[in-house]
Design a protein around this ligand. Structure first.
Ligand code: SF4
Length: 230
């Protein structure tokens, strides 16, 4: 099966009752500023080429960001920070991401998340994370032949990604490496080694307080892109 096929099937997923109810309620009630828009209100698939060498793994779509626009990190403050950084280092064609049809393209990098539906308070349950893991495992398998590096944004993504990489055929060190900003570990896989980088999440809480600065984000992305040959 192809990555495009996986993305299409994903958008019909209804495995998590609480998240299905939430994503659809948010799409119905909307935020006043977006009252005249049609919200996506469904699972948000990964974004970027099927032969990506670098994967960025977040947490879950934002209620009025990706859950509105239907594209990863598109239409919210977290995305403003992430796409700006990707543009600055030559991996995104535009510095901003406003809508699924804004023409933005990524070079050699794909963006995904361990949970594909917007959760209340940005907090998926462990059950919802486990429900969604097979999607990430299949995505990793399909990307495997070209994937050389991954940047994981935040501890939730890190805890979710390690078992997914293991299930997709990579060897994950034991004991499992801990998350931290600047954490780095190497997984060996059938198609070669993959370097995993930890980075604080690009959430407003982290970027507004300076816990994660644009410089810190760029530094991790440049390291990972270099490993990935981009
Ligand atoms: Fe399906 Fe994942 Fe959405 Fe749950 S979070 S309904 S598993 S796409």
């Amino acid at each position: 099966s192809s990555l495009a096929g996986l993305d299409r099937r994903l958008t019909d997923c209804r495995r998590c009752p609480r998240l299905v109810a939430w994503r659809e309620e948010v799409a119905r009630t909307k935020r006043a500023a977006f009252a005249d828009e049609t919200y996506w209100g469904r699972p948000v698939p990964g974004f970027g080429p099927a032969d990506a060498a670098l994967l960025i793994i977040g947490l879950a779509p934002a209620a009025h960001g990706a859950n509105r626009t239907g594209r990863m990190f598109t239409g919210d403050r977290s995305g403003d920070v992430l796409y700006r950084a990707l543009y600055d280092i030559g991996l995104a064609s535009r510095p901003t991401a406003t809508a699924a049809d804004d023409g933005l393209t990524l070079r050699g990098v794909r963006i995904t998340s361990p949970v594909h539906c917007a959760p209340p308070a940005n907090k998926p349950t462990p059950q919802e994370r486990d429900n969604c893991r097979p999607w990430l495992v299949d995505e990793l398998r399909l990307l495997g032949p070209t994937l050389r590096a991954a940047v994981v944004l935040g501890g939730f993504g890190w805890q979710s990604a390690l078992p997914a990489f293991a299930a997709a055929g990579w060897e994950v060190p034991r004991p499992r490496p801990a998350f931290g900003h600047g954490a780095r570990t190497t997984l060996s896989g059938a198609a070669g080694a993959l370097d995993l980088f930890g980075c604080f999440h690009v959430s407003q809480r982290n970027t507004f307080t300076g816990r994660l600065t644009p410089e810190m984000l760029r530094t991790v992305l440049i390291r990972a892109a270099t490993v990935a040959g981009l």
